[in-house]
Design a protein around this ligand. Structure first.
Ligand code: MN3
Length: 202
């Protein structure tokens, strides 16, 4: 019962010019594939084998570096790919749109908070939009491949949107200009998928 590298629902060049094809190819076929293979190696023959990735991360022993890094890497990238689309962008509506307005005053207020979380994450990590039980949303960030499902990361709820701010996610196209990459990300966010994640986990 090993984990499989998820296939993308769009081509590597589909998110251009916002995210370039070469970055997408390396990111998915090398980085994400590597996390997947190493996660499978780390859980093989242990009592974690056969559990869902959500259960593995929620119950994680944070001292288990191999599962923390590679289980996080597997989950985080899977969420990342599925919440982007060549037809993305725009502004969320419905219950998710309402929750964003309630928490941040407006979509622009949310965008500023999310972009700030992504820009100020020192070194490598992720920015998140999470939903808490009851429907409240929260923006936060974590280092490395940690994520909000893991215990004690100081960032709670269920992640429904994540932005990878490791240099491997943007360096070929944006070099050191992380804020430009963050801004471009908003053009490819698939808000219908994020809303689906919100409804499923609120
Ligand atoms: Mn990455």
């Amino acid at each position: 019962m090993a984990f499989d590298l998820p296939q993308l629902s769009y081509a590597y060049d589909a998110l251009e010019p916002h995210i370039d094809a070469r970055t997408m190819e390396i990111h998915h076929s090398k980085h994400h594939n590597g996390y997947t293979t190493k996660l499978n190696g780390a859980i093989e023959g242990t009592d974690l084998e056969g559990k869902s990735i959500e259960t593995i991360l929620t119950e994680l022993d944070m001292a288990n570096g191999a599962v923390r890094n590679n289980g996080g890497g597997f989950f985080n990238h899977s969420l990342f790919w599925e919440t982007m689309s060549p037809n993305g962008g725009g502004i969320p509506t419905g219950a998710l749109g309402d929750a964003i307005t309630e928490a941040y005053g407006s979509f622009e207020g949310f965008k500023d908070a999310f972009a700030n979380a992504a820009a100020t994450r020192f070194g490598s990590g992720w920015a998140w939009l999470c939903v808490h039980k009851g429907g409240k949303i929260e923006v936060c960030s974590t280092p490395n491949q940690d994520n909000p499902l893991m215990p004690g990361v100081g960032c709670g709820g269920y992640p429904i949107l994540g932005l990878d701010v490791w240099e491997h996610a943007y360096y070929l196209n944006y070099q050191n200009r992380r804020p430009d990459y963050i801004n471009a990300f908003f053009n490819v966010i698939d808000w219908s998928k994020v809303a689906e994640n919100y409804e499923a986990n609120k």
